[in-house]
Design a protein around this ligand. Structure first.
Ligand code: F6P
Length: 308
């Protein structure tokens, strides 16, 4: 997100626009927490994760009164265009704000990669690489000690990260919200890996799956004698959202940020800037708000095929 903030600021300055950073997400927008951004103030931020502006999940902005308050604050401060960097919740809010006559352009950013209008969103690549590193490290102990492990990764309603980490890290089984596997099926697939002569058995589980780490571990404990082996778990949690962004994410944030300024300059509003087929595109927020992108079931099948 910092790469996007830097890019938006510097591209807008090139247009001779004044740029303000909104601190604390939609709460800051409603309460006028604006501070000027300059070419210098956005220097040295690209290598930092998160956002220098701070972010908030705002309940008030979900109400009509909250959104009207934000629109009035912007009008009072003579701010004529807004860029919203975020995922589903943020872009749904951006759409609602654009409906109040404010020029709004979204930038596709969520580690979940479940936003329509972009093949990949800011943060996904970094979160994927952190998960992959954890997977590689877990496999060391799994192989040396012939143990079964479960790695729980982020993904509220979407298994994209789990599936990609499962494929690239070589998981024996992947558990995601979109395609339900019950604990007995997970046990069978892990046992089958041992039966095929593997030295390790690792499951990657999305936190949003019906049977997440907590539920699977409870099941395995209850049925350990019958299942015949112990399952240990590691939950990455917010570790996966921190640290220095990858080169891919810095470039993506930079390209989408520049695309947002171009969209504003062209008078576009109510659109989200994303990357589709390696081209920076805009998609109407109407088609994006409240919807989620589904995963490709063929990739799920591929993860299974490659686990033999
Ligand atoms: O939507 C992105 C995401 O990181 C999800 O993967 C995760 O479930 C959620 O946000 C965590 O949100 P919070 O930090 O507000 O608990």
């Amino acid at each position: 997100m910092n790469a996007a903030i830097r890019s938006i600021t510097r591209c807008a300055i090139e247009q001779d626009w004044s740029v303000y950073g909104v601190h604390g997400g939609y709460n800051g927008l409603m309460n006028g927490a604006f501070a000027p951004l300059t070419a210098r103030s956005v220097g040295g931020i690209m290598q930092r994760g998160g956002t220098m502006l701070g972010s908030v999940r705002s309940k008030e902005f979900m109400t009509e009164d909250g959104r009207k308050k934000a629109a009035e604050t912007l009008q009072n401060q003579n701010i004529t265009g807004v860029v919203v960097i975020g995922g589903n919740g943020s872009q749904t809010g951006a759409y609602a704000l654009s409906q109040l006559g404010i020029q709004v352009v979204g930038v596709a950013s969520t580690i979940d990669n479940d936003l329509t209008g972009s093949d990949i969103t800011i943060g996904v690549d970094t979160a994927m690489n952190i998960g992959l590193e954890a997977m590689d490290r877990l496999k060391t102990t799994a192989s040396s000690h012939h143990r079964a492990f479960l790695l729980e990764v982020m993904g509220r309603g979407c298994g994209y990260l789990a599936l990609m980490i499962g494929i690239t890290g070589g998981a024996e089984v992947v558990v995601i919200p979109e395609i339900e596997l019950n604990p007995e099926e997970v046990a069978q697939q892990l046992r089958a890996a041992y039966d095929r002569g593997k030295e390790h058995a690792v499951a990657v589980v999305a936190e949003g799956a019906k049977y997440n780490a907590e539920k699977l571990i409870a099941y395995f404990r209850e049925h350990e004698v019958r299942i015949g082996f112990e399952l240990r778990s590691t939950t990455l949690g917010h570790v996966q959202r921190g640290g220095a962004p990858t080169a891919f994410d810095r470039l993506l944030g930079t390209r989408l940020g520049a695309g947002a300024v171009e969209a504003l300059q062209q008078g576009k509003t109510g659109v989200v800037v994303g990357l589709q087929g390696n081209v920076v595109t805009t998609t109407p927020l109407e088609e994006v708000a409240g919807k989620t992108k589904s995963i490709d079931p063929k990739l799920f099948q591929l993860a299974h095929t490659l686990s033999i």
